[in-house]
Design a protein around this ligand. Sequence first.
Ligand code: ASP
Length: 331
Amino acid sequence: MRRRILLLTTGGTIASLPTEAGLAPGMGGAELAGLLPPDMGEHYDLTVRDILHLDSSNIQPEEWQTIARCVFEAREAYDGVVVTHGTDTMAYTASVLSFMLLGVPIPVVLTGAQLPMTHPLSDGPENLRTALAMAASGTAGVFLAFDRKVILGCRAVKTRTTDFDAFESVNWPLAATVDGKGLHVRLEVIPSWPGPCALRDKLCPKVFLIKLTPGLDPEIFDMLLQMHYRGIVIEAFGAGGLHFVRRDLTAKLQAAARAGITVVVCSQCLYEPSDFSLYEVGQKALAQGVIPGRDMTTEAAVTKLMWVLGQTGDPAVIRDYMERSLAGEMA
Ligand code: ASP
């Protein structure tokens, strides 16, 4: 039976054409689908909708809401949704959709390409084929398909600028792979949401990411408070440490907590969990009430915090949501 797949296009390199100002999104879904092998129609009943025409550097929380709403509306009429998207911020979109669409009953698969679909060496057709296969697999959840791999949406990180192997699944096994025998879905590593699917699309974009550098001036926190930021994610050092000698960041964490700012602490290391209880430089931060991000990617931590702060202002609920895994973002 042909699966009904909705192809939503948003722009990105996959849909880009050369212009005088550089590559810019120019193609729509009909043209992208037209560049796939002609027999795709035998496998999929494809419907195309062009919802955005943007380089993904221009995809922001408002666009996340547009995409989430389109997917939500499609959840009953289609067996799966493929979203074509620029690669640069695709991991952020995949992460945030994982939260906005918790419990989505169909596969939602983001994909893109390192070379435009019209380029003779483009990876676009391959990526699109993997995404379509995953979208037709009946596996509910949000995923990112690239280079014959399928990654859980909230675990994807872009790690390469030009290589076709551009994304990694960080601290989590691949959700599916493709080989000569077809698509292999690993259901045991794909979490399911116990409740019904709802469109939880409120977001608070006032979340700031600090990549800690030696000697960072603690007054940065005063500036963020003045700018009414409501959440801060800190990429701290190693397993979990922030400086307090001479420039005391921990004192500022206390001020942030008093002002009602939620602070989540992760590691600059891409792999393996952070553990702020290990060293004094981490414990001092924990004592100020920061929330450990454990093995979350930065993309997941930032988008989850935007999403949680959009759902509630209650500090206890914020902490509860941030401390437990909702979509598989934390082990
Ligand atoms: N700048 C492009 C984008 O993210 C890069 C890509 O799609 O690969 O839209």
